[in-house]
Structure formats: C-alpha cells, structure tokens
Design a protein around this ligand. Structure first.
Ligand code: ADP
Length: 490
C-alpha cells in the first residue's frame, strides 16, 4: 500500500509533542511491513536540519490556489532517519512557516489550512496516487474536506482518508474566510451543523469537526480516550459529532519506537542496559546527577518530562516537586510552556529551588537530555488532567523508570497499579491515582517512594516488569493496516 502521511510534525525534525513521535514511529512500522510511506510536512525555518539527509528540491514550482490567485511553493525531499519526507515551502509575504516556532500565532488556522491545501495540490500534481491519506489533528482537518469536495472531482477519486486525533483540546476554530481562501467557498453549505459549523460558536468553522465528518475513519490514540471523547467533557464539544459518526471511530493505542527509545541501544545515554544487567542503569543515574549538579547519595530520583500545559496538571506537577523533596527524593523536571503565565510560574520556581542540591528544573526543549532523564531517573510522574495517550509513561517503562500516573486516557490503558489492579501481580508496572488532588498524588508517591526505600528488591521486580511490557508499534501498526484495508476501495 502507498500511504501519504500529512502532518504538521515529525520527530525529530519538527517536534512539539507526541504527535511527532507517532508520525515517525508509525511510518517506520508501516514501511517495515512492506508499505510505502511519504510524509508531507511544512518546511519550517526552525526544523532540526541536522536530522535531514539529502535535502533537495523535488518540485520547483507548485502553484497552490489561494483566494483568487495562487501562491508559489517549492517542494523539497529529504530522508529523516530513513523516512521519506516532503517539505512544502511557500514563497509568500505571509511567511507562513518561517516564524521560529511551529505554533502560537494568531493566524495558525490560516497557516495550516494553507498547508492542507498545498499538500493536496502536491498529491494531485504527483503522478502516483496514494491508497490512503493519513492526516493528523486540527492542522490537517481540512484535508478530507478538500478531497471530497474538490480533489475527488479532478482526479483523486480512489483515495481514502484516515484521520487521527491526538488532542481534542485544540480544534482549529476559525472564520468562514478559510472557505474562500481554500476554494471551498459555499459558506451556506459548510457552515452547517452536519458539516464544519462549530458545535458551540455558530459563526465559526471547526477544522477538526470537518476532519471527523469527512474522513473514512477517525482514530484517537487510546481506547480509553475514545470513550472519554464521546461521553465526557474531554471531547471538548465534539462528543455528539463523534456519536453521530461512531461507526467509523475507534481508539488505537500509540506505540513507542523502540529503535529510538531503547536503553539497550540508545546512543544518547552514557551506559546502555537491559533488564538483565540492570545495575548499569545506575551509571546513568550518576551521569544525570553530574550533568544537573545534583548531590549524590541514597535517594530516588523522580522526574517529570513534558509540556507544561494545563492539560498536564500543572498544580500537581508543582506539588510533586515539593512532596518529593519533603519525602527524601530528588526531583528533575524537563519541560517548556508556550503559555506566558505557566512559563513565568516555573521560572520563579526554578529560581526558588536554585540552591537545592536535590532538585533541578530544566525549562526548555531538549531531546538529548530527555533520554538521559528517562534512563537515570527511578520514577516518573504523569499527573495529567487529561491524556489522550501519553508517551512519556511508555518510554519510561522501557527504561525501567516506574511511572506514577493519574488514571486518565491512555495512562489507564498502559499503567497498572502495583497494589490495586485487575491485572495479575506479574503484569503490574507502576502506581496509579484517581482524583486530580494533592492528597491522591501524595498517596501514590508515598507508596512508590516507600517501596524504593523499604523493599528495594520488590521495587526492582516492579521496574523489570515494566521493562518487559511491549508497547512497540507492532500491534498498533497492524491495527492501522487493518483500518486502511477496511476503508480502501476493494
Ligand atoms: P504530548 O503529545 O501531550 O506532548 P506525550 O506524552 O504524548 O505528550 O509526548 C511527549 C513527547 O515529547 C515525549 O516523547 C517526550 O519525551 C517529549 N517531550 C515533551 N517535552 C519535552 C521537553 N521539554 N524536552 C524534550 N522532550 C520533550
């Protein structure tokens, strides 16, 4: 099968969060299974160009219709660790993708609507037609709309779309001018409850809703979250739309790319290890302490790695730091936030804790350091308020770092409490708490830290059980292939 992945992110070249890892990891798995995958991305100025090989112009002149005229684009091709990637570079005064960041601009919906249009135009120009177009999140919600309303009538009638929603919180609500810009026009047709009209703001278009309505199949990134999106407020207003389209909606748990995230072969950690030579993990713990100026001693290290977004339970993260220090543990945080207030709060916190020899807050995005933290820490906290899938807990498990998580979304599907779970004892792998409250978090941390201090052999057993879990792409890769086969023309 030939699959075109249209995405705003791909690890490690253009990565903000888990979406980037998913696009890279899933593409690789699909290729291993004998399929051809082309990833189409915007050409951002802030990409990690050092991870792109053989970057070359593949199409010098792609004219993308936009409002009444068209925008001249250049399409580049390059390999990202073996993945075949196309990068669309528009030449316009709007300077869509040369902004130093991927997101956070007032015209984001315009930027990514343009990208969706350009990606479709590129596929139309290309002589080969994909069997499946797989697109992701609100940024590419217009892709299936454009396919069914425009492109299927001008040569793309055999293509089918799988649309994956990684985060319902950001839906790309925008104005009807996008219809004019992209050539969809007909506001009376599209601004209808059955199509793109936002379920709450009746004068707004909702790009994610368009993706749901027009795709052949929609997935979100865990079964638990598929349920939450339909039946709780975590669908952020799209629950009823999902209900209407339930026959083509399901949850597929993300995988982890064990070629990238594997302590046995990871080139970014100083000492490699496996469940069979676990003592080597502690070489990484020492290296982490050296790197972050933490004092050495008989204490566990608890980590947090992730975006500092309200979704992640910022108040619980802050509390976890103080509770860890209070309970005889060290704490390492690696995170960044595009939100000014949260960013300021954590800068203050960093300043406040600057002299602590047991704590380090690293504010920023640092892929290399994240590997060392996964390897060097003993536990990781993931106290999210909502978490569609969550990769950090699955990566941590592979590195023998025990997750302490809140029971929400994909965390429910992947972490099983050591003391209370329906899973057999030998399949449990971490600690789970339910309420998004300080006492609930404390109780789970207390149990984890207590086991580390009082029953080290039991703690070791628990982390080895975590390392043996298989959250690779093998199973989800097959699940996606089944979906593709289900929707492609017979
Ligand atoms: P989300 O997609 O909501 O951001 P996930 O848990 O699905 O959360 O994925 C987060 C991914 O991004 C993981 O690979 C994690 O290691 C990485 N990550 C998040 N923040 C940082 C950071 N500040 N530095 C390095 N890697 C980060």
């Amino acid at each position: 099968m030939y699959i075109a992945m249209i995405s705003p992110e791909c690890a490690p070249v253009a990565k903000v969060g888990g979406l980037a890892d998913v696009v890279f990891g899933l593409s690789r798995e699909l290729e291993i299974r004998g399929n051809e995958v082309h990833i189409i991305l915007p050409k951002y100025d802030c990409m990690r160009y050092d991870h792109i090989w053989g970057l070359n112009i593949t199409l010098a002149d792609l004219w993308v219709p936009w409002y009444g005229g068209s925008i001249h684009c250049t399409v580049w091709f390059g390999f990202v660790h073996g993945r075949k990637c196309y990068f669309i570079e528009p030449h316009s005064q709007d300077n869509f993708f040369n902004r130093g960041h991927l997101y956070g601009f007032s015209d984001d919906t315009t930027r990514f609507s343009f990208f969706s249009k350009a990606a479709m135009e590129f596929l139309l120009q290309d002589h080969r037609r994909p069997d499946i177009i797989h697109c992701h999140d609100w940024q590419t919600g217009l892709v299936p709309v454009l396919l069914y309303e425009i492109y299927q009538h001008i040569g793309m009638h055999n293509q089918r779309v799988c649309y994956t929603i990684h985060n319902f919180k950001h839906q790309g609500a925008t104005g009807e001018y996008i219809l004019r810009a992209t050539g969809l026009a007909r506001p009376e047709h599209f601004l209808h409850y059955d199509r793109l009209r936002d379920n709450f703001n009746h004068s707004a278009l909702n790009l994610m809703k368009g993706g749901i309505v027009y795709s052949n199949f929609i997935t979100t990134v865990s079964q638990q979250h598929a349920h939450e999106a339909r039946y709780t407020d975590q669908g952020y207003g799209l629950g009823h739309t999902l209900e209407i389209h339930q026959g083509k909606f399901g949850g597929v748990l993300n995988g982890v790319d064990y070629d990238v995230w594997n302590p046995e072969i990871d080139p970014l950690i100083p000492v490699r290890y496996s469940a069979e030579n676990l003592d080597a993990k502690y070489g990484n713990k020492e290296a982490l302490r050296d790197r972050l100026w933490l004092q050495k001693g008989f204490k566990p290290i608890i980590a947090y790695i992730g975006r500092l977004d309200s979704q992640k339970g910022v108040h619980l993260i802050r509390h976890a730091i103080f509770h860890a220090l209070h309970s005889g543990a060290q704490f390492v945080l690696l995170g960044s936030s595009p939100e000014e207030a949260i960013s300021r709060e954590f800068s203050h916190l960093k300043h406040h804790l600057n002299d602590s020899p047991d704590c380090h807050l690293e504010l920023g995005f640092n892929e290399e350091l994240s590997h060392l933290i996964y390897a060097g820490a003993d536990m990781i906290v993931v106290p999210s308020l909502f978490e569609p899938c969550g990769l950090t807990q699955m990566i941590a498990l592979k590195y023998g770092t025990v997750p302490i998580v809140r029971a929400v979304g994909g965390l429910v599907d992947t972490v099983f409490d050591r003391d209370h779970s329906w899973k057999p004892l030998e399949e449990r792998n971490g600690y789970v708490f339910y309420e998004a409250s300080l006492p609930a978090l404390e109780a789970a941390m207390h149990r984890a830290i207590g086991l580390w201090y009082s029953y080290p052999d039991e703690f070791r057993k628990l982390l080895v059980q975590g390392m043996r879990c298989d959250y690779s792409w093998s199973r989800p890769g097959q699940d996606y292939l089944n979906i593709y086969n289900h929707i492609r023309p017979k």
